[in-house]
Design a protein around this ligand. Structure first.
Ligand SMILES: [Fe+2]
Length: 289
């Protein structure tokens, strides 16, 4: 039996019905760029030179379509993303929450509309598995999004290469890091997409990953001013719940995501579009005569 054929418990069906009604009837859920934070982060990577210097990766995650975020909001969000400056799009999971029926076409249409010069690459989150991983994977396929669940692609620019890898959701034990490691090209930088940020404990220990990009935490939906961290940490986001971390030699970036969980409230924690700019550690030789 495929996981999307699992009969959902009655409690979840009731929750779906209530959430569906609220999401569709909310009066103030129009997209407004003022309510979104475009977070720009510069990250230095070993083993990249000038060809990948200033390469821009735009990451979206935790859309949770159908739980407060409605299709019209997502459509406008995509229009806005398409106006930004980036080379490639990554998607780090939880595109739906407790509803997929009636939202799958809207998700597909929005994902199809997303423009990315160097392509779109994604992994799944725990909610995507709970709602039906095969449905989400079909949506990826029809939207030209490369599914990087336990897989690797090689990005090339000029004479340089970078491993762009992804691991499936560890919350549902779908992760297979050994499979990812076996597919990595040696002696080049590796960027890993992993929905759950605390997967960094495991990925950093391999010594093969330079940067992990995650979501899942929603930044706890409350960030303590001045400290820029959150007291609200769920499973698999207790260690690295928001922003930039150094985990051993690896850099971890955790996005605050776009949607919200059961509580439709965010305090000092706006929904986030992340733009990561890769930077070379090589210093340019300036010859002065
Ligand atoms: Fe999640």
């Amino acid at each position: 039996m495929k996981d999307d054929e699992i009969d959902k418990p009655q409690a979840m069906k009731i929750r779906q019905g209530i959430q569906d009604a609220i999401t569709y009837t909310l009066p103030d859920k129009k997209f407004d760029p003022k309510n979104i934070e475009v977070v720009e982060v510069d990250i230095e990577l070993d083993n990249i030179g000038w060809d990948f210097n200033n390469y821009k990766i735009l990451n979206l995650c935790d859309i949770h379509l159908g739980q407060w975020v409605n299709p019209e909001y997502l459509d406008s969000l995509v229009d806005y993303v398409n106006t930004l400056n980036y080379d490639l799009i990554t998607l780090t999971g939880d595109y739906v929450s407790y509803i997929i029926e009636g939202y799958d076409d809207a998700l597909k249409d929005s994902f199809k509309k997303l423009k990315a010069p160097d392509g779109k690459f994604g992994v799944l989150g725990n909610h995507d598995h709970w709602m039906g991983s095969s449905i989400i994977r079909d949506i990826f396929k029809e939207s030209d999004i490369v599914d990087l669940s336990n897989d690797v692609v090689i990005l090339e620019r000029g004479d340089e290469k970078v491993n762009l890898a992804g691991v499936d959701s560890c919350t549902v034990c779908a992760d297979n890091l050994d499979k990812v490691l076996s597919k990595l090209e040696n002696d080049i930088s590796t960027i890993l997409l992993a929905h759950e940020p605390d997967f960094a404990k495991e990925s950093s220990q391999t010594g093969r990953i330079d940067l992990q990009i995650s979501g899942h935490s929603h930044g706890g939906q409350f960030i303590i001013p001045g400290v820029e961290t959150t007291p609200f940490r769920g499973p698999n986001s207790t260690k690295y719940p928001v922003g930039l971390y150094k985990v051993g030699e690896m850099t971890q970036y955790t996005s605050k995501g776009l949607g919200t969980n059961s509580f439709r409230i965010r305090i000092n924690c706006k929904p986030e579009i992340t733009i990561i700019t890769l930077k070379t550690k090589n210093k340019q030789k300036i010859e002065i005569e």
